[in-house]
Design a protein around this ligand. Structure first.
Ligand code: PGA
Length: 265
């Protein structure tokens, strides 16, 4: 079955100035974006409003994070409703940088998934093992069961899961150029391994919610996706797109990744 591919730009804590964020988004819009792929930018919160005004309907927006609470005394947090009201359709939940640098637990991620669904945002749940030789079955099962506790099967049609092995994500770098050169030079993961992880994720969802939900669940791959390797990952039948970090900050490279999605639709 052919599914619309989803390509998400995870800008992380970049770029440092608003003009550059606008230049990237407008540059993307100036290209003929494929109709058969969903293009999403997850910028830092502070750029969301201006990007919404400038991105039209062609580019969708995602939050990079969401509060586990609905409203109130949570200094520094952003609620699901705020994201929705700013024009987001998606939110990344449980990115490994939030799990391991900001101490997010499966319990917090579970609350965030529920807040996202309540706010009518599509959660992009990020899961993945830290080390290459970690027990992937045990880790993905724990992360997925932990994130989805109490989530009804009827909400499964609004969930996306991104498989992001931490050992394959391009390392944080003082400057974008060196992160990019690392991304381009080599992705430590292989399309075959990514596919087997995606199928494992579907199996876990199948065990929890039934085979139909598992079949229809979009599973994305993330971890050093570049313009050189995007097609190899995205062309896999069980992989519905990519979550792209470093390479999404370079217009020409990101455009090539999007084109790979178009070809592989
Ligand atoms: P990367 O990041 O493409 O720079 O490896 C992906 C991610 O962390 O979402």
């Amino acid at each position: 079955m052919s599914m619309k591919k989803i390509i998400i730009a995870n800008w992380k804590m970049n770029p440092q100035i608003l003009d550059e964020a606008l230049r990237l988004a407008k540059g993307l819009l100036a290209r003929s974006l494929p109709k058969n792929a969903e293009i999403v930018i997850a910028p830092p919160f502070v750029y969301l409003e201006l990007l919404k005004k400038n991105c039209g309907k062609e580019i969708k927006l995602a939050g990079q994070n969401i509060s586990f609470a609905e409203r109130g005394a949570f200094t520094g947090e952003i609620s699901g409703l705020m994201l929705k009201n700013l024009g987001c359709d998606y939110v990344i939940v449980g990115h490994s940088e939030r799990r391991y640098k900001m101490g997010e637990t499966d319990e917090m991620i579970n609350l965030k998934i529920k807040e996202a669904l309540k706010s009518r945002l599509t959660p992009i749940l990020a899961v993945g093992e830290r080390e290459k030789d970690d027990d992937i079955i045990q880790i993905l099962t724990k992360q997925i069961r932990g994130a989805l506790g109490g989530v009804e099967a009827s909400e499964m049609s609004r969930l996306i899961i991104a498989y992001e092995p931490v050992w394959a994500i391009s390392r944080p770098s003082a400057d974008i150029a060196s992160a990019l050169s690392q991304t381009a030079s080599q992705c430590p993961d292989t399309p075959d391994h990514a596919l087997s992880a995606a199928l494992l994720i579907k199996k876990i969802i199948g065990n929890l919610y039934g085979a139909d939900w598992a079949t229809n669940l979009p599973v994305l791959y993330g971890g050093s996706v570049s313009e050189e390797n995007a097609s190899d990952f995205i062309s896999q039948n069980g992989i519905s797109g990519a979550l792209v970090g470093a390479a999404s900050l370079e217009l020409e490279k990101f455009v090539k990744i999007i084109k790979a999605a178009e070809i592989n639709e």
